[in-house]
Design a binder for this molecule. Structure first.
Ligand SMILES: Cc1cc2nc3c(=O)[nH]c(=O)nc-3n(C[C@H](O)[C@H](O)[C@H](O)COP(=O)(O)O)c2cc1C
Length: 183
């Protein structure tokens, strides 16, 4: 059975640590049975949720016309959704937050229920500054009836730092192995 993984990357640095982590994971899981997309969120047009409540009516879908219209269908057929974001002030980047607010329809329509969620989180000081973000995504997963399967944190500041970190490479290959083995 073909598996599909969507990696949503909320860093403006296209060669930065978050993208490097996303590519490491993608290399580990892409095979004949698994397809993987990497979404560069800073290159997309994503409007903020304005709490219009449009997604609480009718089809229970977001009414805003922007690039979320490309992302939504992929999320709905995905088995695993990965959120990669640099830590900015102990939280996700603004663009990542912008996008997760647009997951509001899924709170009501439960179309992501049962799917797995994992995190890729580089931060200048490492794991110590990732705890609030991990907790936020755990609650987010719970609210959407998704399964939180793990977070890989990295102590990384300059572009390329994660490539010299054997522990990060090992953690990402463990996550890839888990994804490859998961039913
Ligand atoms: C606005 C801003 C806020 C940041 N806040 C934190 C922080 O709270 N804790 C931390 O450890 N690193 C912080 N950093 C450093 C980034 O998390 C770090 O450089 C990361 O590797 C960037 O990821 P990227 O290469 O994918 O863009 C911040 C960086 C920026 C630009």
């Amino acid at each position: 059975m073909m598996k599909s993984v969507e990696i949503l990357v909320g860093s403006p640095r296209i060669k930065g640590n978050t993208f490097q982590m996303a590519e490491m994971l993608s290399r580990g899981i892409r095979n004949d049975d698994c397809i993987c997309d990497i979404w560069p969120l800073y290159d997309l047009h994503i409007e903020p949720c304005v709490d219009c409540r449009g997604c609480k009516k009718g089809e229970m879908e977001c009414v805003i016309r922007d690039n979320m219209r490309d992302i939504y269908p992929c999320l709905e057929i995905a088995d695993i959704i990965i959120f990669g974001t640099p830590i900015y002030w102990y939280g996700p980047s603004a663009t990542m937050k912008l996008m997760i607010d647009r997951f509001r329809p899924y709170y009501a329509n439960k179309k992501l229920a049962g799917k797995s969620l994992a995190l890729l989180l580089p931060a200048g000081t490492g794991a110590a500054d990732c705890d609030v973000t991990i907790e936020m995504f755990k609650r987010f997963a719970r609210a959407l009836d998704m399964k939180f399967i793990g977070a890989v944190t990295a102590k990384a500041y300059d572009v390329g730092d994660v490539n010299n970190d054997q522990e990060v490479k090992r953690s990402i290959s463990d996550l890839a192995a888990y994804i490859n083995g998961a039913a």
